[in-house]
Write a protein that binds this ligand. Structure first.
Ligand code: AKB
Length: 340
């Protein structure tokens, strides 16, 4: 009995999942199996070969997927983000780490079945970094992949550890077995900055102040930023994030010198976000009421990322600078979305 060939996307209903499904569906030869705790919307679902409502912690469900589908690539996007994870750290660990382990195991099993490597695309995060204080953050400038890897959030610890798990599954899995794993997992991770989408508002992250501010301004709602005006971390527009995931998936393995790549576009302060949002929506009512604890997390994240490795190895380059993000992507699409 032949099984259906698919690309599995976990966290399919989330911000990145949504955009990724729309883009992948435009390509030939990619039948999508969408998995999320909540069903994806009908527009997104129509682009999928199958949509499954379920939990990445449900072993039975994952076994069913193995028996029904031939999975050639996995985009494992499901995760509890940094702010949410601090309220339930052990649950976050379970979802973020055990969930990833389950998917890596599934990838190995799949690879044994069909005899080819399974590409495993993993969105990691700037949360893997942990700068000890603002002076160090200022001095650090654009941080490379190997520096300041001392995360202070459960989410950051989870992401960093899962990068290591991915590398282990790709290179050292069952290294003492008499017959080594022939095929296995081709693990590729991107460390994303804060992401901004015109079509969705994020939930549970600490970089959420950027997108929240803009979506509130468009709807004429007052917004009190939970970080200071000078708070600065890197950001990227969602289309560039999707391009980066697809670019890394397509990159020839022989060009890759690492399993983990920084990607970034720009580093505006929260004050600059507020200015740009107010310029586009003059009735915006944005104030700054920093929450010391969430601000504290942002202070540990780098102000900028060094993404030279991604540029050199697979030609990554963000297409949207800050102005273009606002003028060509955010403002027109957000205006349409809220009818303003
Ligand atoms: C978060 O704020 O938790 C995420 C991230 C930076 O990975 N958006």
């Amino acid at each position: 009995m032949s099984r259906k060939q698919v690309v599995l996307i976990t966290g399919a209903g989330g911000e990145v999942g949504n955009g990724l499904i729309h883009r992948l569906a435009e390509r030939d030869g990619y039948d999508i199996l969408a998995l999320d705790l909540k069903d994806v919307d009908d527009d997104t679902g129509a682009r999928c070969q199958a949509r499954i409502v379920g939990d990445i912690l449900d072993q039975r469900l994952l076994e069913r997927l193995v028996s029904e589908y031939e999975i050639h690539a996995i985009f494992h996007l499901a995760a509890l983000l940094s702010t949410r994870a601090e309220f339930t750290p052990e649950t976050a660990h379970e979802v973020n780490v055990r969930g990833t382990l389950n998917l890596l195991k599934l990838a190995v099993e799949q690879s044994r079945w069909h005899g080819r490597q399974v590409k495993f695309l993993f969105p990691s995060s700037i949360a893997v970094y942990g700068l000890p204080d603002l002076a160090t953050k200022d001095a650090a400038g654009a941080v490379g992949e190997d520096d300041h890897l001392v995360p202070t959030t459960m989410y950051g610890c989870n992401k960093l550890y899962c990068e290591h798990l991915g590398r282990y599954y790709a290179r050292h899995y069952r290294q003492l077995a008499v017959e080594g794993e022939k095929h296995g997992v081709d693990f590729r991770a991107l460390r994303f900055p804060g992401l901004i989408s015109a079509f969705t508002v994020p939930h549970g992250g600490t970089s959420d102040y950027g997108p929240e501010m803009i979506h509130a301004a468009a709807q004429g709602e007052a917004y009190a930023s939970f970080v200071r005006e000078d708070a600065t971390i890197p950001f990227m527009a969602m289309p560039d994030a999707i391009d980066a995931l697809l670019g890394l998936m397509d990159a020839p393995a022989e060009n890759l010198t690492s399993h983990v790549y920084n990607v970034t576009a720009y580093s505006p302060s929260a004050g600059t976000f507020a200015e740009l949002a107010t310029k586009a929506f003059p009735k915006a009512d944005i104030t700054f009421k920093p929450d010391d604890k969430r601000q504290g997390i942002v202070d540990t994240w780098p102000a900028a990322l060094d993404d030279r490795r991604a540029r050199d190895d697979w030609g990554f380059k963000a297409a949207y600078g800050l102005e273009r993000t606002f003028d060509e992507y955010l403002i027109p699409n957000i205006k349409k979305r809220y009818g303003v």
